[in-house]
Unconditional design. Structure first.
Length: 292
């Protein structure tokens, strides 16, 4: 039904509808399911997302390696201290991003959206957006479906894997998905959603994947927290009426090409970037018994 952003946009124009409507239509056409079943399944997904993005706010969730954890609670407590520079909603959104990352690193249950490494961004962005906008569950579900439509286009035409395209592909995709969803939840047009998705990629193009010891922990949790912010920034820029000079499909292609140009040491091998710093090498020895 659609494989590119341009086709998705054309369909929304032809049907005078939202991106989520087209994603629902596609699901109905390609799977043996009903609209009610799609919404019910989405509700279950959101429940897991809610749980993973809130667990770390109340308790310190430490990773299996014991190398990281507890930052979601610190950031959440800070959000509630009244001292943060960003407003409380956005700092809470960051805390939620940390939370799912910590639950993932502790082998807890998360929704890989689009991957486990970037699983913190979409739940945090969508939950916080819902709270800030004051929309209902149906709009939240539609946000999830819109995010899925954007993720599908990226996966089809480029990659969502850090091992293939760096963190720009993984956290970048999650941010782009979330940005498009926030725009729709806020009442923006499908065109604005695609602009927001473009901005999310452009803002972090070239971001490398450099997890210490090859574990999805550090700097992954930080990238999830900042990825949530990137989604809000991109959504707000698009909602303000700013248009991406470069169409979404071309941005996705550029992101993929940048990923191909990256050294393999910067694509999830844990051999470059932050992972190759002297302190990271010490941490590997201490927590993972890994030698050089
Ligand atoms: S640094 Fe690599 S492993 Fe970590 S979140 Fe980014 S893409 Fe995933």
């Amino acid at each position: 039904m659609f494989g590119k952003g341009e086709e998705l946009l054309k369909l929304t124009e032809e049907h005078s509808c939202l991106i989520s409507d087209i994603v629902i239509m596609k699901e109905l056409q390609t799977t043996n399911t009903t609209k009610e079943e799609i919404f019910e399944k989405s509700r279950k997904i959101l429940k897991v997302m809610e749980s993973s993005s809130s667990r770390g706010l109340k308790e310190s969730v430490v990773s299996v390696s014991e190398m990281s954890g507890g930052d979601a609670k610190k950031v959440y407590d800070y959000a509630n201290s009244g001292k943060s520079l960003l407003n409380k909603n956005l700092v809470t959104a960051m805390a939620r991003g940390f939370s799912t990352s910590e639950v993932n690193a502790s082998m807890g249950k998360i929704v890989a959206a689009p991957t486990a490494g970037a699983a913190g961004i979409l739940p945090a962005a969508l939950y916080q957006a819902r709270e800030m906008i004051g929309c209902d569950e149906d709009a939240h579900i539609r946000g999830l479906l819109t995010a899925g439509g954007i993720g599908e286009i990226v996966a089809r035409n480029a990659t969502v894997a850090g091992a293939v395209g760096g963190c720009q592909a993984e956290c970048g995709s999650a941010s782009a998905m979330a940005a498009a969803a926030i725009v729709e939840m806020s009442g923006g047009t499908p065109e604005m959603s695609l602009h927001a998705a473009s901005f999310a990629f452009i803002n972090i193009m070239g971001l490398v994947c450099d997890p210490i010891g090859g574990l999805v922990e550090y700097p992954c949790a930080l990238r999830n927290a900042s990825g949530v912010m990137n989604a809000f920034v991109a959504a707000d820029i698009a909602l303000a009426g700013v248009k991406s000079l470069i169409p979404f499909d071309e941005v996705v292609e550029a992101m993929y090409k940048v990923g191909q140009l990256m050294s393999p040491t910067l694509r999830e091998t844990g051999l470059g970037g932050i992972a190759a710093t002297p302190t990271a090498i010490e941490l590997r020895k201490k927590h993972l018994n890994q030698e050089d």
